[in-house]
Ligand binder design. Structure first.
Ligand code: UD1
Ligand code: UDP
Length: 367
């Protein structure tokens, strides 16, 4: 039996690693340890609960308003002891968070092989998204097995000199997670439901590079949209980061057709997405989920590491200028042809079997 340790710090890591934890637990060649760094506390716990997962090890690292260096230094302080105790054959990290990057580095320092789920995403801009582009590049330099969701991600890794033999194209585990909860997705919670005849627009926004101006522009754009039109019902589950909450609540809390709420459960979020007319977001995961549910997605960023969604036609980069956002949102609301051009029937990010492929590839690599 080989020991495998999966490390999850934030909500999206919990969602995207959950299907892999379950898949690996069905295989008889490995013993699985789920380690929660808890860079996020409440959001991580809520996401794990949806998938019936309880961490085997919990570092409980979150502090209110933590800086990137604080969370990194706490990981460096506490993770190596766990790795020495468990002695896994491999540490699996996901994506591009501080937990993933520093967790990978700790494993590397302890001479433990690192497997990277969702490897090879790039914008080619070190500062957007910040600090995620550097986190994922750092991981690619020390990873033994790169699980790239798409061919484009594989090409990015090859360009940086990663050996083709170490790359496996798997699809994104986000789609595995999405398909696994679809049977529980029913209706939107009553308090968030749009009144009859109104179109639901779902919004999320939290990226660090947008804190200075982008988030304010997003809010002012939404305020204008909600003022100009009485046919929209905007639902915005607000990220608990105080830097985000302050801006969003101060600008949007008094508008009757903008509903601000705490983060909702993953199942409720997918219900909202399924019921929405379209989604406005700077989230990575939501850019993957929206196309899989045939929902147009307006990306409030200057660049995206998920160009597959743009190419397939279901996503548009709208940047962070409020007038551009208003223009594109208005067009989607008024022009049925423009709207239907963005409703695509295929997901560019996988078929829901990524975890299966990752587990099989790992088995071959490790045994
Ligand atoms: C992190 C990731 C980002 C990911 C996002 C997902 C990094 C550098 N950034 O950003 O890639 O897209 O998570 O949401 O790793 N907080 C709570 N409760 C929670 C979670 C957060 O109160 O359950 C508050 C805390 O005050 C915390 C703050 O939010 O200090 C910021 O969280 P943090 O993990 O540092 O960064 P994010 O901006 O959330
Ligand atoms: N999500 C959720 N509840 C919410 C908002 C988002 O469960 O209120 C889910 C969403 O479905 C997606 C993930 O959280 O799977 C995205 O997380 P986030 O935007 O925080 O991080 P990113 O994907 O940008 O790294």
């Amino acid at each position: 039996m080989k020991k495998i340790l999966l490390l999850a710090g934030t909500r999206p890591e919990a969602i995207k690693l959950a299907p892999l934890v379950h898949e690996l637990r069905q295989r008889d060649w490995c013993e699985v340890y789920l380690c929660a760094a808890a860079q996020h506390r409440k959001m991580l716990d809520e996401a794990l609960k949806v998938f019936d997962l309880v961490p085997d090890i919990d570092l409980d690292l979150m502090m209110p308003n933590q800086s990137l260096c604080q969370i990194a230094s706490r990981l460096f302080e506490h993770l190596p002891a766990v790795l020495r105790e468990v002695e896994p054959a491999c540490v699996i990290v996901q994506g591009d968070t501080t937990t993933a990057a520093i967790g990978g580095l700790c494993a590397f320092y302890e001479k433990i092989a690192v497997a990277h789920v969702e490897a090879g995403l790039r914008t080619q801009n070190l500062f957007s998204p910040f600090p995620e582009e550097v986190n994922r590049r750092t991981l690619s330099t020390l990873t033994s097995w790169h699980f790239a969701p798409t061919e484009r991600a594989r090409q990015n890794l090859l360009r940086e000199g990663v050996s083709n033999a170490r790359i496996h194209i798997t699809g994104n585990t986000a789609i595995d997670a999405l398909l696994s909860v679809m049977q529980y997705v029913h209706s939107v919670p009553t308090e968030l439901m749009p009144p009859p005849g109104k179109k639901l627009i779902l919004v999320t926004g939290h990226r660090r590079e947008n804190w200075a101006d982008g988030l304010r522009e997003l809010c002012l754009g939404l305020l204008e949209l909600a003022t100009q039109r009485d046919d929209v019902h905007i639902v915005y589950p607000v990220h608990p980061n105080p830097r985000v909450r302050e801006v969003v609540y101060s600008l949007l809390q008094d508008k009757p057709n903008i509903i601000l709420t705490d983060p909702v459960s993953y199942v409720d979020f997918i219900s909202l997405l399924s019921e929405s007319y379209f989604v406005i977001t700077d989230s990575g995961g939501v850019q993957e989920e929206a196309p899989a549910l045939c929902k147009p997605v307006l990306v409030t960023r200057e660049s995206t590491e998920r160009p597959e969604a743009l190419e397939s036609g279901c996503a548009k980069l709208v940047g962070t200028d409020r007038y551009q956002l208003l223009k594109v949102a208005g067009e989607l609301l008024d022009n049925r042809q423009a709207y239907h051009k963005m409703v695509k029937m295929e997901s560019p990010f996988g078929d829901g079997r990524a975890s299966e492929r990752i587990a099989s590839a790992l088995e071959q690599e490790i045994l």
